[in-house]
Design a protein around this ligand. Structure first.
Ligand code: HEC
Length: 127
């Protein structure tokens, strides 16, 4: 329970201080790059964990994907990594180094604006 409250608090702080305006409609277009692997809304994909409700969720804990997370992603969650706007932003900037040894085969989104927009889109499925 405490960890959930902490995640919500840090998500709010990040939103208030973020200098980048978010555009969820543009984020939906960017999400096409994620959608080959990740289900969201009613869409199901098997390659990656479903992202409904990911904001506020501990890394490596989506129930349907439990058996397929990398040891690195599960260890990150056990170490306290909770997905919020800030941590997803850092992960998408450089997936390989943010969670070393994780298995997401995606180079990342170098543009801060693309990351902000795709996070805005993901957020619409986390409320
Ligand atoms: C080639 C397939 C692929 C693509 C493309 C991809 N991902 Fe992933 N993603 C994965 C896999 C597989 C994992 C689980 C990694 C692990 O367990 O080490 C993951 C993990 C994640 C997680 C952590 C989820 C959790 O439950 O802990 C987030 C958040 C995420 N991806 C977001 C994105 C976003 C946003 C995009 C697009 C910008 C994207 N991914 C593109 C395959 C992909």
């Amino acid at each position: 329970m405490n960890i959930v409250k902490f995640a919500l608090a840090s998500a709010v702080i990040f939103t208030a201080s973020s200098a980048v305006a978010q555009d969820a409609a543009n984020g939906q277009k960017i999400f096409a790059r994620c959608a080959t692997c990740h289900g969201i809304g009613d869409a199901n994909r098997a390659v990656g964990p479903n992202l409904n409700g990911v904001i506020g969720r501990t890394a490596g804990t989506q129930a349907d994907f439990a058996a397929r997370y990398s040891p690195a992603m599960k260890a990150a969650g056990e170490g306290g990594l909770v997905w919020n706007e800030d941590t997803i932003n850092q992960y998408l900037a450089d997936p390989r180094s943010f969670v070393a040894g994780n298995r997401m085969a995606f180079a990342g989104l170098p543009s801060e604006r693309d990351r902000a927009d795709v996070i805005a889109y993901i957020k619409t499925y986390s409320e």
